[in-house]
Design a protein around this ligand. Structure first.
Ligand SMILES: Cc1ncc(COP(=O)(O)O)c(C=O)c1O
Length: 297
């Protein structure tokens, strides 16, 4: 059985002196607490896709990812819970014969069949557009498609209900990998508040195009209430420079919230960085805690 999600996720204020000194406020939308096995934005993006897969009578889920992909683990857990088969197409043919890392081992424990492909062929495959496997519902790498964007929009709609006078003073901030979560948040906001995405990889220009394409896929139109910050990726995807590690540890110690390093730490780092640069003066900033730390670091 797949347990239901615990929604709406909590919204908590952080009593931070730096934000206060800038006439600003910091809040956390605790999506990390949404679900025990499919936490954070994984639940938001998968929920409408799982509904569609079941409605179509799929007998399995198929998706793509790297050797440590949170999305791959989440798909395996969701399929397991729903009694569906699952297949994970994993980047790196050389991994096939090696002992499984903790992430792939967990996916296999949930019954996922792993297929390893050459890195050169992976990029083309990972959109899922050319995959036709009878009975399988295909999710692209990262799980970002039109339905996922609609699922992530619920984050913004919850905030509008939870935060009194949610309006032009509000900025909703999240980490951006494939762009689906940010696209959903922007699409779900009422008029007034704005969405701010912190890119976790070097993707200036490219990522803006991805978010726009996802808006078209989910809603058939574009939105103008969002922007991306590109100065907080820490050197690229998966890179955690010492300064970022120090910041994440400080935040965990100061406020008692576990900080996932590849995404959530960068979103928080970006929020503080932009505040220090004077960009968020007077704003109420809500950072969406989109995931949980890896069990192994
Ligand atoms: C914890 C966490 N936060 C944020 C993201 C980024 O979401 P998106 O790919 O929708 O931009 C991911 C993506 O895998 C993630 O695992």
């Amino acid at each position: 059985m797949l347990l239901p999600a615990d929604l709406p996720t909590p919204l908590t204020g952080v009593d931070d002196p730096e934000f206060a000194a800038a006439g600003a406020e910091l809040w956390l939308k605790r999506d990390d607490l949404a679900h025990p096995t499919v936490p954070g934005n994984k639940w938001r993006k998968l929920a409408p896709n799982l509904e569609r897969a079941l409605a179509e009578g799929a007998r399995g889920l198929l998706t793509y990812g790297g050797a440590y992909s949170t999305h791959v683990r989440a798909v395996a857990a969701a399929a397991h819970g729903l009694g569906l088969a699952s297949t994970g197409v994993i980047r790196g043919a050389e991994l096939a014969g090696r002992p499984r890392n903790w992430s792939l081992a967990q996916a296999e424990r949930d019954g996922m069949v792993l297929e390893f492909v050459e890195r050169s062929a992976y990029r083309e495959a990972a959109s899922g557009r050319h995959e036709h496997r009878a009975g399988y519902y295909v999710l692209p790498e990262g799980g970002s498609n039109g339905l996922a964007v609609r699922g992530a929009a619920v984050i913004a709609r919850e905030l509008a209900d939870q935060q009194p006078d949610f309006g032009p003073r509000d900025v909703v901030c999240c980490a951006v990998g494939t762009g689906g979560t940010l696209a959903g948040i922007a699409a779900g906001l009422p008029d007034g508040p704005r969405a701010l995405g912190v890119a976790v990889l070097r993707g200036e220009g490219y990522l803006e195009g991805e978010v726009t394409a996802l808006h078209r896929a989910g809603y058939g139109r574009e939105f103008a209430n969002w922007r991306l910050a590109h100065d907080w990726h820490g050197g690229g995807y998966g890179r955690v420079p010492p300064e970022l590690e120090r910041f994440a540890r400080w935040f965990e110690d100061a406020y008692g919230v576990p900080v996932e390093r590849r995404y959530v730490a960068k979103a928080l780092w970006g929020a503080y960085g932009l505040l220090r640069a004077g960009g968020l003066r007077g704003r109420r900033v809500t950072v969406v805690v989109t995931g949980v730390p890896d069990p192994v670091r």
